[in-house]
Design a protein around this ligand. Sequence first.
Ligand SMILES: Cc1cc2nc3c(=O)[nH]c(=O)nc-3n(C[C@H](O)[C@H](O)[C@H](O)COP(=O)(O)O)c2cc1C
Length: 326
Amino acid sequence: MNNSFGQILRITIFGASHAESVGVILEGVPQGITLTPDIFTEDMERRRPQLTGETSRLEEDIPTIEGLDDEHRTTGESIKITIANNNRRSKDYSHLKRHPRPSHADLVQMRKYGEEYDIAGGGIASGRMTAPLVAAGVVAKEILKQAHFATHIIAIGGCTDSNKFNDIIAKAAREGDSVGGIIECRVTGVTPLLGEPFFDSAESIIAHLLFSIPGVKGVEFGDGFAGTAKRGSERNDIIVDASGTTLSNNEGGINGGITNGNDIVVRVAIKPTPSITKQQQSYNFEEGAITPLTIGGRHDACIARRAAVVVEAMVAIALADLSLRA
Ligand SMILES: Cc1cc2nc3c(=O)[nH]c(=O)nc-3n(C[C@H](O)[C@H](O)[C@H](O)COP(=O)(O)O)c2cc1C
């Protein structure tokens, strides 16, 4: 199983949803970056469940950071970030090996990695693994000091009125159901000319990390799929100065795989949470038939709100690696 990504800034995740801890090792972080514990608090808080309809699994999510000097500065050596899992309830998941959840990873993981593989809480394919990724994102943002990230939800359950988001999620939760959403991340102040024309295009590296987030089913840059309905004459981004500033930004800040100096704009589709409490049907291996399935455990009725900071972290990690390569 490959749990690593990146060329210069290389991240390796470890642990699992119901293991003792989850964490990330970062290699290639430049020397002399100050990582005091307080700089992680805001982003870790953004990922924690807070609203009605979000999981009741509450973890403290305080990262322990190893590999810094006495003044919390990076030394050029690897950094290890560990986050404890204190709130585990693995027994909730035991029956899912014989009766896998629709649209979750239970069946494919069991078939690929065998009966012994720990699928509790989704194993490594769990939202829990995104906690250390958020911490890694904080480090990446320190590397990209000049860039500014703004990430928000632009739709929940097909609705774009942000005043209604919480009610839509709460209603789905009450009904034992779930909803999806769209997250937009905009990065200003990105160094131009990051990325390469082909396999290491800025879009490919960013999208690779975004598609690694559990529950992500779509990624688009700039006007993405909607842009296909326009003509080139109305869609082309007019260049207005020597540094490549454009009037519009339908390209989402990347041309030919290379950042063009305009804002990076990327949108991410998050599917409705697969684990719903409403009864569903699924193939039952013990009975050799499709039978009703009732899912226990503690789940989010909508992943999108908690995933926003994860999206931001992944974009930051991708851009930090690209900027260290440049
Ligand atoms: C922050 C976050 C929280 C999540 N919480 C849940 C959850 O409570 N229940 C669930 O079934 N899936 C949850 N997921 C999504 C599953 O992990 C994911 O759908 C599953 O691993 C299958 O992978 P896929 O959707 O990418 O195919 C969460 C994902 C993220 C990013």
